[in-house]
Design a protein around this ligand. Structure first.
Ligand code: PEP
Ligand code: MG
Length: 596
């Protein structure tokens, strides 16, 4: 990643445009005024805790300090990508923030206040910050006065980490604003209204994390992992976000703006051209039909799924039901959502996934009662959490069973690693169905098909045993790559190692497909690989006939399918699977794509 200060061509008075680069995670061009999403005090409620809750509250605070230190160290590591003078200045500032969180008056003061005054941790932080700021102000020392702002910034970071409140409030922004932030969670991003917000860029984040997926779902151009972003921009600066090339330009010259406006118009024309494919069948040149379904990250994408010609919903990520709220969604609310999707698809199949919550995606109402795991990606999450906490699983299964009465619905289970997990969910499904029938709810005689996400390498290797329990498979390449290659999909520092064409990943995919095909069991891919035309020939060549992807990717993949010969694709896939070198694999695939 690099930063270039590009001298202005003289068209703006003494100005200069700054070009920063990062990971382009959601294609498209946005041009608009910058809104820096750091400000605003998170709201804090005061809670008097009991004696028996003190220890847990102190631990919660200690965890928030640890998370804040980790964030600051990551920020510090990024300063090396800045020009020397900026790196030094930002480095000093971050060192000061780190010191404030390391056995400091602030940390000790909050800890004592929780024990002494029985305040909840966030309220204790708020009071402590206020008192420290007042004592600094009373000393009338200009150095200490300057530190007051730092103390407040550190306090806000602690409170946000305690409350898990979204970093951003988007109301009151000028239309067409571009959001710049240190980091945005998927929940923060889901609050963005694409009708009002043009795009966004952040300092942290990997290309396959859920923030990136939500950005693509909303069609918002986005660039993540941009070092120096917040040091180079002021609120109100004009900013260009190029989510295709991974470039952010602050204070662009009029010439640059004109160039990017022309590119934005060309992209819109291309999209309109692809829209004409909507009504054409998804069939290869040699007559093999391929089902293209849509992934839904948010319900508003239903319209797009239909508009892009999806023949079903291959993955409904139900996590959106939990975002930005403090209570758990009940059966009725979930039924209303699933039923609307089933009815909206008008007889086409809808695959709803049970909650993939846990780790960093832990819902707020649950996180209060469970400690931050040391290793979130490997912890109590997804189906493991649902099976442990039936408050999550049962209302979901009930809602899905009822929605299955309104049209074809399949149930998909995330992060399956053993056949026993599928068996236990099937047992729970039958139990919930009996309960519903006793309540007088009419259910279809056959319960909905129960499928397993194959996204843990062990599940792929045991695909033949899982195939004995599941009714269908959906390969989640995003996590499969993450776990196979030990690459955190949301961490920009290792993003360059995230490689779908690694032979280990391809072999796991092949193994899974073969296990399913031997039993004539339905199988699809619903990870991001499915939506990239570069991989289409390989996936079809390996035997897949069902791909599920972000709705706006459907036309491009369909175009690729319509130009393909399946016999040639299968031959090339065999040649690729004989290789063990990633570079050779990429070359074989790209050469094939260039001519076929
Ligand atoms: C995957 O892991 O590939 C997948 C589709 O699930 P998610 O991206 O929601 O983890
Ligand atoms: Mg996954």
């Amino acid at each position: 990643m690099r930063i270039e200060e590009v001298a202005d061509s003289g068209t703006r008075d003494g100005g200069s445009e700054r070009r920063l680069s990062g990971l382009g995670v959601s294609p498209g061009i946005a041009i608009g005024p910058a809104h820096i999403a750091e400000g605003g005090d998170p709201s804090v409620v005061e809670v008097q805790i009991t004696d028996s809750e003190v220890e847990a509250e102190r631990n919660r605070f200690a965890e928030a300090v640890a998370v804040s230190l980790k964030q600051l160290r990551r920020l510090k590591a990024k300063t090396s990508a800045l020009p020397d003078s900026a790196a030094e200045e930002v480095g000093y500032l971050l060192d000061a923030h780190l010191a404030m969180l390391s056995n400091s008056r602030l940390v000790r003061g909050v800890d004592e206040r929780i024990a002494r005054s029985r305040f909840n941790a966030e309220r204790a932080v708020q009071i402590e910050i206020h008192e420290i700021a007042q004592s600094f102000a009373a000393m009338r020392d200009p150095y200490l006065a300057a530190r007051i702002e730092d103390i407040r910034v550190v306090g806000t970071r602690l409170i946000r980490n305690l409350t898990k409140q979204p970093y951003v409030a988007y109301s009151g922004l000028p239309a067409g604003a571009v959001i710049l932030a240190e980091e945005l969670t998927a929940a923060d991003t889901a609050l963005m209204d694409p009708g009002r917000i043009a795009g966004f860029a952040t300092v942290f984040g990997g290309a396959e994390g859920h923030t990136a997926i939500v950005a693509r779902a909303l069609g918002l151009p986005a660039v993540l992992a941009v070092p120096g972003l917040l040091e180079h921009a002021q609120p109100g600066d004009t900013v260009v976000i190029d989510g295709t090339d991974g470039c952010v330009i602050i204070d662009p010259s009029p010439q640059t703006v004109a160039e990017y406006e022309a590119r934005r118009d060309a992209l819109a024309r291309e999209r309109r051209g692809l829209a004409r494919l909507r009504k054409l069948p998804s069939v290869t040149r040699d007559g093999v039909e391929v089902s293209l379904e849509a992934n839904l990250e948010l319900p508003i994408e239903l319209e797009q799924a239909i508009a892009n010609g999806a023949v079903g919903l291959g993955l409904v990520r139900s996590e959106f039901l939990y975002m930005n709220r403090d209570d758990l969604p009940g059966e009725e609310e979930q039924y209303a959502v699933f039923s609307a999707l089933v009815r909206g698809m008008d007889g086409k199949p809808v695959t709803v996934r049970t909650f993939d919550l846990g780790g960093e995606k832990l819902a707020r109402p649950l996180s209060e009662h469970s400690p931050q795991p040391a290793n979130p990606a490997l912890g109590l999450r997804a189906i493991r959490l649902s099976l442990q906490d039936r408050r999550l699983l049962d209302p979901q299964l009930a809602a899905m069973l009822r929605a299955a009465g309104d049209g074809p619905l399949r149930i998909l289970l995330p992060m399956i690693s053993t056949a026993g997990e599928i068996r236990r969910v099937r047992g729970a499904l039958e139990q919930v169905a009996r309960r519903l029938r006793r309540r007088g709810v009419k259910l279809p005689k056959a319960l909905p098909p129960l499928g397993a996400m194959i996204e843990v390498p062990g599940a792929a290797l045991a695909a033949d045993s899982l195939a004995g329990e599941a009714d269908f498979f959906a390969i989640g390449t995003n996590d499969l790559i993450q776990y196979t290659l030990a690459i955190d999909r949301g961490d920009e520092q290792v993003a360059h190692l995230y490689n779908p064409l690694h032979p280990a990943v391809l072999r796991l995919i092949q193994f899974t497909i073969e296990a399913a095909l031997r039993r004539s069991m339905p199988i699809s891919v619903c990870g991001e690989m499915a939506g990239e035309p570069r991989f289409t020939a390989l996936l079809l060549g390996l035997g897949l006939r069902n791909l599920s992807m972000a709705p706006r990717n459907i036309p491009r993949v369909k175009q690729r399918i319509r130009g393909l010969d399946i016999t040639a694709a299968a031959r090339r896939a065999r040649a690729i699977m004989d290789q063990s070198d990633t570079g050779r694999i990429a070359a074989l695939l790209d050469d094939f794509n260039a001519v076929a």
